[in-house]
Structures are given as structure tokens and as C-alpha cells.
Design a protein around this ligand. Sequence first.
Ligand code: NCD
Length: 312
Amino acid sequence: MWNRKHLLDIDSFSRKDIEDLLKLAEKLEPFSGIDKTKKHKPLCVCNGQIMTLWFEPGKENSTRTFGSFPAAMIRLGGNYKVFDESTSSMTKGENLEDTTRILSGHSDVIVDRHRDPNHVNVVASVSSVPVINAGNGSAQHPTQTLLDIYTIKKRFSRIDGLNVAVVGDLKYGRTVHSLAKGLEKFDASITGISPEGLEMPEEFKTGTYDGKTIDMENIGAVLKELEPDVIYATRIQQERIPGNTDGCAYTIDKKVLSLLPEHAIIMHPLPRISEISREIDSDPRSVYFQQASYGVPVRMAILCMLLGHEVE
Ligand code: NCD
């Protein structure tokens, strides 16, 4: 069990906290319904419990995180509700703290995604129930990192010693920020590959971090030389970038794939725009849809850990 109330960032996690989570997710996976070839038994660990989803309307749209948290809660036998600021008393001027006090009274756990990186911290400071950061602006996305690490572990049976290349918008992409912090707990090396101006901010450059600023047209040659075990592609965060992003786009296609080691896997938090050509979707090394599906068992495990449920 984790000795913490909230899940706000990945920095405060120990390696053991992450390993405990991975073990629990593995145990819960057969109950998550992600394997469509198998029947799964329903669980009732969270019977009668309510999760509130608090996603900033319009600004922080989501398909995977917004969808997999309710799926996880329902698979655990619990329920969820969506809080919509635009139809709430916040429109009458009610402040964030009072709103949180009321919402936590109606819930057992709150899942928060906002453009303001500090929103989740304010919510956690007054909430009477656990608060989960589901993406705070361009800062971090810790639950994505846990499912990313789960995906890597499933494929390689280890994290230690792996060579991970993170590619794309490393400045505004929150998934790579928390991934760098998460991989730091393991003995993995991380190389950032980005266009000029979208490099990893200093605060997320961990001990083993090595950054390469490149002309994105050369992505194949750069990856070939690096021989990474994992390629973690990300989209250019257009909505967060002031000014134009000409020259930032890149595509991993069959040609690039042919330059990579046979065992290397391609990950992406999704949504992809043009970073990964659809022509490689059916390649066994393309694991991004599998990765997205692990959002359910991993978030089931997160909910159990924070709500204090032991699973036999
Ligand atoms: C990411 C996010 O919202 O940060 N998506 C996700 O949660 N899987 C990635 C992105 O939007 O680029």
C-alpha cells in the first residue's frame, strides 16, 4: 500500500511505490476487460464509492484519461460523476476552495485535469478525499507515466538498463516530463530528441538525461545511431505554443522503423497527429494502442492504492 493521500506528481514516488503499483496492475489486468478474447469477472472492491471527474471544460479535452478513469472505477465496482464548472456555482463566483470542499463531500476520490498547473495543488490542499493529477497544464501527467512504465515492463520484463528516446515537443509535453522523472527511479538512460525551441526544460532533465536538438527531417538517422530500446513519440502541443511550429513536425514511418533495432518498441501517449504513420500500426513493434489500453488496469491499481483497498 502507498503511504500517501494524493497522487500529484511522480517526483515524490519511490521506486518501490512504482513497483508495488505495477504488481497490483498486473493482478488487476484480468479484471479490466481489456483482453476482448477473454471473459472477465466483475470486482466489487469499490462498491458504493464515487469518483468525481473534474476536467476543465473546453481547454483540456481528453479521450483516454477521461475515458479510462471511469472504466477503471466501474470495473472495480464503483461509480463516477462528472463535475462541469460551466454549469456549477463557480459561474456565480464561488471560489475554488469552497467548490472543492463541497465536491469532496460528494466523493471518495477526485480526478483533476486543468490548464493551470497549480489547480490540482489547491484542490488537494482543501480536499477531504484523495486527489489525482490527470494532467496539470504542461507540467506533469503522472498517471500516464505509470501506464507508460507498465507498458515498458510488460515488454522487456525490466526498466533498468534500457535506453529510452523521447521525441517531439519536450518543452510543453507533460507526458515526457513525468516520464523523465519516473525513469529516474530506475537505471534507465533517457535521450531527448526535439526541434529547436522545444527542448526539455531544465527542471525535468534528470541525471542520465541527454538532449539532442535536431532538424526533425533527420529523425531516422538520429534514431539509427542511438539504437534505442524504446522510442516514445509525442505530438507538438500546438495549443500551448505561442507562434508557429513550422519545421517541428516529424513522422515515424516504415522507412524510419527499418532503421531501428529489431527489438525496439514505438510508444506514444496519443493522440497522434502525424508523428506516426498509420502504415506501421500493424507492426508488432508499434505498441501505442496496447499502451493506451493499459490505462484501465493501471488506473484501477491507482484507485485501489489511494482508497486503501487490498486485492487478494
Ligand atoms: C496526452 C496529454 O493529455 O497530455 N494525452 C493523454 O493523456 N494520453 C498527450 C497529448 O495530449 O499530447
